[in-house]
Design a protein around this ligand. Structure first.
Ligand SMILES: Nc1nc2c(ncn2[C@@H]2O[C@H](COP(=O)(O)OP(=O)(O)OP(=O)(O)O)[C@@H](O)[C@H]2O)c(=O)[nH]1
Length: 843
């Protein structure tokens, strides 16, 4: 990813080089609309202090130069005050060489090209008036500024895209974030307070936290060696992407004790913060006004300092802590020239044109309003400054400046957090420190945090009048500042000021009466206090002349650090991935033979197990089938021991018969199940032995096989599945053998018996049975030889009595047989039904 970012940066020419080095490359101009100049955004013409060179002849046409073709459109008027308004038309297109401040020979004057006549172009401009030259300079300055602003805007968009990609990557599979592991902190992480603090993190659920804490506690040397075998950065090298996690305010950072999941969550949160900050940076550079935040410790004199800058006692000053609401001071021209206070209630977004978003007060009400922190989030104070633009800070003719007086840092944690949050939308921080206290802990923390994107901040060491040993105080401040904000320290003369903001009764800073700008008559003079004058001049110079530094540099600084971090992180991930890949390949080589062996064994063992399972299953199946079938077969043949108590009791007989049959079948099922249990138990043992052959001792899970849990089907369920209804036909099942046995007729052989029984049964169910009834008596008489005997009987007997007797016998005998056989027939029919159900698989 590092490479990708670099490529992307190169493609877009977002080169953030060291400013000192880049300044040596003098021949580079602003190149394209997407580029950031070599010196970043800080070197507009005025900042370089080379205004006198801005308009001059091109002496060396062969030198290397990039051209910037700037069309003077709306942008050119953005910063030009009335005094720069032109009497003569300006050239429409100017080719300007950045490093030398020269216009080249392509310059057009009055729409006409002046190729080869550079003097004409220059003459045309310089022959006009000084205001012409100033106007061209101002416009070029503005062009460069706008150009840099657009470039930064694009760079911020690019950074946001990269950061979002990073977040997605981190969500897909955790990004490796280098940290130095600290096992000692685990104990602290396990404390109750830490648990509660971690639970407050919305990204972690309760279970997650317990899991992470447990994991952190179990973190062993072996785990940590994963991270130490290769030389990696520790995470402290990151400037923007550095992760901190403190269980409580002021406690130690415990990131080193968190596991990968928690780190990934923290990283995700960090990205959310960065994206928010990038948005505020974008808003900040697009905002045409400049916001100056005056902050510092409680009672350090912030309000007094603002008043001193305004030359008016606008904000209340007190020995007691007083400012607990943010006070934003704006020139009243932005409020139709009316001096007043707009108090914005908490939760409301201020819109000047929407009166519902604020309440209006007089400036004199500020004495009370600054205490109303529970009601108001912001006090917008519109003040009039009659001083000329060259002296006024708010109405300076160049850029709108808003002074923001913040509550003291150490008032309480809520206010401190608010100050931290607001500094994101701020272009310049003025940190007011009490000369007697030096930098307190909260002051130091704030300055370190602000230094992330602001290379420079003004340090106002206030109440210097109260210090006796002034040199000693200066030394102490310098010592602390060196480590806190090196850039500010390097440029101490411009950025560090030892002053007294309190009104000087002996002709010090002029101060008008409260709310009355009467003294502020536009003829104001410097304060008479050289230190304060110097501070004021530096402040004006920085904000007005070095707009690029005050407004754009914070964004550039932040982006440079962010890109640096992303590249560092990418490099670490690439290294880490390569290292892991090599390690995995090593391991793969080591485990490959073992793996192949394991696969072979697994195939063998699977085949063995499959065979055991198939054998056992088919044995159990065959046994059950045979056993149950034999029981079903025998039930119809053997008596069940249920007495038939006549046809009046037939339903009871049917129920008892069915129950007896079910009981027989159930017993056979239970016996089969028992058999299957034994077979399965034996199979499980054989499978276990099979596993033991291949697996190391102790690796096979100890599971207990419980045979009794195998079958749960109960007798009553079986009973319910058998059809309990019966009809009278269920009691009729004639068969030849039974018929013969009933009447004591003996049959020649078993096979003949079976044959006849089958035929008998078939015939019974067909129309032949009807014919038999009709012609049965005749047939019977023929079969039994009644006809031949009849020859010896008197004719009356043969004609009348014999046929009637034969017919009676042919009807009564089967009826008698059916009645006698009914109980057995029912038993046989029920069994037939059950068999049929079994065959159809419904039981
Ligand atoms: N001697 C001296 N006193 C000062 C100076 N600046 C401010 N004071 C006094 O210090 C006290 C506090 O000043 P403020 O301006 O209210 O301080 P602050 O930082 O705004 O206070 P909070 O907003 O409450 O945090 C007031 O009594 C001021 O008169 C100074 O330069 N010298």
């Amino acid at each position: 990813m590092g490479k990708e970012i670099r490529n992307e940066l190169n493609e877009n020419k977002y080169k953030y080089k060291d400013e000192n080095k880049s300044s040596k490359k003098t021949n580079r101009c602003i190149t394209s609309s997407t580029s950031v100049n070599d010196k970043g955004d800080s070197d507009d013409i005025t900042a370089k202090g080379k205004e006198e060179q801005a308009v001059r002849d091109v002496k060396n046409p062969s030198r290397e130069k990039d051209e910037y073709k700037a069309t003077l459109t709306d942008d050119s008027n953005t910063l030009i005050g009335d005094e720069f308004k032109l009497s003569n038309p300006l050239p429409k297109v100017v080719h300007y060489e950045r490093q030398t401040g020269n216009f080249d020979e392509q310059t057009l004057v009055n729409d006409e090209p002046i190729n080869g006549e550079p003097e004409r172009a220059i003459t045309s401009i310089s022959m006009g008036s000084n205001s012409n030259i100033e106007a061209v300079k101002a416009r070029i300055s503005q062009m460069q500024y706008n150009h840099n602003r657009v470039a930064l805007d694009r760079s911020i968009n690019l950074a946001a895209r990269i950061i979002q990609d990073l977040r997605q990557e981190n969500r897909n599979h955790h990004i490796f974030y280098p940290i130095s592991r600290d096992n000692k902190l685990d104990i602290r992480l396990n404390s109750k307070d830490s648990r509660i603090a971690i639970m407050r993190q919305k990204s972690l659920s309760c279970e997650d936290i317990n899991f992470h804490i447990e994991k952190a506690s179990n973190f062993s040397e072996e785990d940590s060696s994963d991270y130490t075998r290769e030389p990696l950065v520790t995470g402290n090298e990151f400037e923007i992407l550095r992760l901190n996690y403190r269980a409580d305010h002021g406690s130690d950072d415990v990131v080193g004790s968190l596991d990968d999941n928690s780190i990934a969550n923290l990283f995700d949160e960090k990205i959310t913060q960065i994206l928010r900050h990038l948005t505020s940076l974008k808003d900040r550079i697009d905002d045409t006004s400049s916001k100056v935040l005056v902050t510092g410790d409680l009672n350090s004199g912030k309000s007094a300092f603002c008043n001193a800058l305004l030359r008016r006692s606008v904000l209340p000053e007190d020995q007691e802590p007083c400012t607990s609401v943010f006070c934003e001071i704006i020139d009243c021209l932005e409020n139709d020239g009316i001096e007043e206070v707009h108090a914005v209630p908490i939760g409301m977004k201020y819109e000047r044109d929407d009166h519902r978003t604020y309440m209006i007060f007089q400036i004199s009400d500020l004495d009370e309003l600054v205490y109303e922190a529970k009601t108001y989030a912001l006090l917008i104070i519109y003040v009039k400054d009659n001083r000329p633009p060259s002296q006024s800070l708010l109405r300076n003719g160049v850029i709108d400046i808003r002074l923001i007086d913040a509550p003291g840092l150490n008032v309480d944690s809520y206010h401190t957090t608010q100050v931290y949050a607001r500094q994101e939308e701020i272009d310049l921080v003025v940190f007011v420190v009490n000369a007697a206290n030096h930098f307190t802990l909260s002051g130091r923390e704030f300055i370190s945090s602000a230094a992330k994107d602001k290379n420079f901040m003004f340090i106002v060491v206030n109440k210097f009048d109260e210090i006796k040993n002034k040199e000693r105080c200066k030394g102490k401040i310098a010592e602390q500042l060196q480590s806190l904000s090196p850039e500010t320290f390097k440029n101490s003369d411009e950025f560090v000021h030892f002053v007294s903001s309190k009104c000087d009764e002996n002709g010090g800073k002029p101060e008008g009466p409260d709310g009355d700008p009467g003294d502020n008559d536009g003829n104001d003079t410097p304060s008479g206090n050289p230190n304060f004058d110097h501070l004021e001049a530096s402040l004006r110079g920085f904000i007005l002349e070095k707009r690029a530094i005050s407004k754009l540099l914070p964004a550039k600084t932040y982006l440079r650090k962010l890109y640096g971090d992303v590249i560092l992180l990418s490099d670490q991930n690439i290294k880490r991935t390569k290292y892991r890949k090599a390690e995995l390949q090593d391991n793969l080589q080591k485990v490959s033979p073992q793996y192949e062996n394991a696969v072979r064994n697994s195939v063998e063992v699977n085949q063995e197990i499959l065979k055991i399972v198939e054998d056992s299953a088919s044995k159990a199946y065959m046994n059950s089938r045979q056993h149950i079938h034999s029981v079903i077969g025998s039930v119809g043949l053997e008596p069940l021991g249920i007495r038939f108590r006549g046809y009046s009791n037939i339903s009871n007989f049917a129920r008892l018969t069915q129950e007896a049959i079910v009981s027989r079948i159930f017993d056979s099922v239970s016996e089969s199940e028992e058999f299957a249990r034994n077979i399965t138990s034996d199979a499980v043992d054989r499978i276990r032995n099979c596993g033991m052959k291949y697996l190391k001792p102790g690796t096979l899970p100890v599971t207990k096989f419980i045979p009794d849990a195998m079958y749960s089907r109960r007798k009553d369920q079986l009973q319910r599945t058998i059809d309990m209804d019966f009809s009278f036909t269920d009691f009729i099942d004639p068969n030849f053998k039974g018929f013969c046995q009933t009447f004591g007729i003996s049959l020649p052989s078993e096979s003949t018996n079976a044959l006849l029984s089958a035929a008998f049964s078939k015939i019974w169910k067909t129309s032949i049975s009807g014919l038999l009834i009709m012609y049965g008596p005749q047939l019977l008489s023929t079969i039994t030889g009644v006809q031949s005997i009849a020859r010896f009987l008197p004719e009356a007997v043969t004609r009348k009595i014999l046929p009637v007797a034969t017919a009676i016998a042919a009807i009564c005998l089967p009826v008698y047989y059916i009645c006698i056989d009914a109980p057995h027939a029912y038993q046989r029919n029920v069994m037939k039904k059950i068999k049929k159900e079994l065959e159809n698989g419904r039981l």
